[in-house]
Design a binder for this molecule. Structure first.
Ligand SMILES: [Zn+2]
Length: 391
């Protein structure tokens, strides 16, 4: 074989391995014969690629199924349960570390609620590093961590958190402050919290698309993050700073925002702003807000939040043509009381609503969806290029 054709063979093998892994992640459990059909390769080629992925633990063989008719029982193939990734999150209201495996299952997690508004970045990240080190020390033996991600509620540029208004952090080299405490030389890839949380809606597991492909995701925290998703991909913008729906102005004469502007959406629908307007303590759980929705000050605060959401989101939907708005975080827990006002406004303000009225859905998963999304992103990198993880 000439060097050129050897290189070509190696590239072909890499892309075939990625195709097989992606196929099982998207549609597993599958047999080797199913893999051959779905990837359009011969049975012998599919079997060889599968064997390589099984040897590298990126695929697992399940228990053989008894075939419905005569013939050899097929061995079901599943994404590897011994390959995982670490997802971390710092938000103004919590610290989180979560480990997901290649099947998208939570292997271990630790979430701590705390008020981190105006906290010291180095001290906070050291605390996250310590709780992550404890979490990783308790992982099942034989689990390999393939990567790590860190979700932060602000503008990110490469390794640098440029600004997170609600944390009060500027120019924080987050991976540098964390890496020393993370095991095995893991260095987290930093991403925007809402962009990462939106991935947990777009994909239900690494490489496995969920039912929603086009939507606007809102992450309801102390602030409000956002991400527009088209065709299953987050629209990140030219510098990665798109989706800041929380800082869309709904009233220029409105209250000052931590970002320096006035009347931003999060000054009406952010968790603290809404509770303050309702006259409730800032640690009131959303369920209590729902239970007290009949009380006048609470009702007024919820109406103001729904109005602000309606104005801001109608603007986004008019620009981007998104059929669904997905509410996450505290907004998901409040969806039933916000939805009537919000949907009514979207129906009135979205130009195309007569033909397709935007729908409002709520995702009520575990807290810290950004941490889950950060782990998903790291595992997606394994699915995209499995050859790097093979012996
Ligand atoms: Zn703002």
């Amino acid at each position: 074989m000439t060097p050129t054709s050897a290189a070509r063979q190696s590239t072909l093998r890499s892309s075939n391995l990625a195709l097989v892994l992606r196929t099982v992640c998207a549609g597993g459990p599958l047999s080797r014969a199913d893999v051959a059909v779905r990837t359009g390769t011969t049975r012998a080629t599919a079997a060889r690629l599968v064997d390589d992925l099984v040897a590298g633990r990126l695929l697992d063989e399940g228990e053989r199924l008894t075939p419905p008719r005569r013939g050899r029982p097929a061995t079901p193939l599943l994404p590897g349960a011994r390959v995982g990734a670490l997802g971390l999150q710092v938000d103004a209201g919590l610290l989180a570390a979560r480990v997901l495996d290649l099947r998208g299952r939570v292997v271990a997690e630790h979430v701590e609620d705390d008020d981190l508004v105006g906290s010291d970045p180095a001290r906070t990240l050291a605390r996250l590093g310590a709780l992550t080190a404890d979490l990783v020390a308790g992982l099942p033996a034989g689990l390999r961590l393939a990567g790590a991600g860190l979700a932060l509620p602000g503008l990110v540029d490469g390794d640098l958190l440029l600004r997170a208004p609600n944390l009060g952090w500027t120019d924080v080299p987050a991976p540098d402050l964390l890496a020393a405490q993370l095991p095995g030389g893991l260095r987290p890839v930093v991403g925007n919290e809402a962009d990462l949380a939106a991935r947990t809606v777009a994909d239900t597991a690494p490489g496995r698309p969920g039912p929603l492909r086009d939507f606007l995701y809102l992450s309801g925290q102390i602030g409000i993050g956002g991400a527009a998703v088209l065709g299953g991909r987050v629209l990140t913008g030219s510098a990665g700073w798109a989706g800041e729906v929380g800082h869309v102005c709904v009233d220029p004469d409105g209250p000052a925002c931590r970002c320096g502007s006035t009347g931003c959406l999060e000054q009406y629908a952010g968790r603290h702003a809404l509770l303050a307007a309702a006259g409730l303590p800032l640690d009131t759980p959303p369920a209590e807000v729902v239970a007290r929705a009949g009380e006048l000050p609470v009702r007024r605060a919820l109406d103001a939040a729904a109005d602000a959401l309606g104005v801001a989101l109608a603007g986004v939907v008019n620009v981007l043509d998104l059929p669904v708005v997905v509410l996450g975080g505290h907004l998901a827990a409040l969806a039933d009381v916000l939805r009537p006002g919000l949907e009514e406004l979207l129906g009135r303000r979205v130009l195309s609503a007569r033909w397709r009225r935007p729908t409002v859905l709520a995702v009520t998963g575990p807290p810290a969806a950004g941490a889950t999304g950060a782990a998903l992103q790291a595992l997606d990198a394994v699915v995209a290029d499995p050859v790097a993880w093979l012996p």
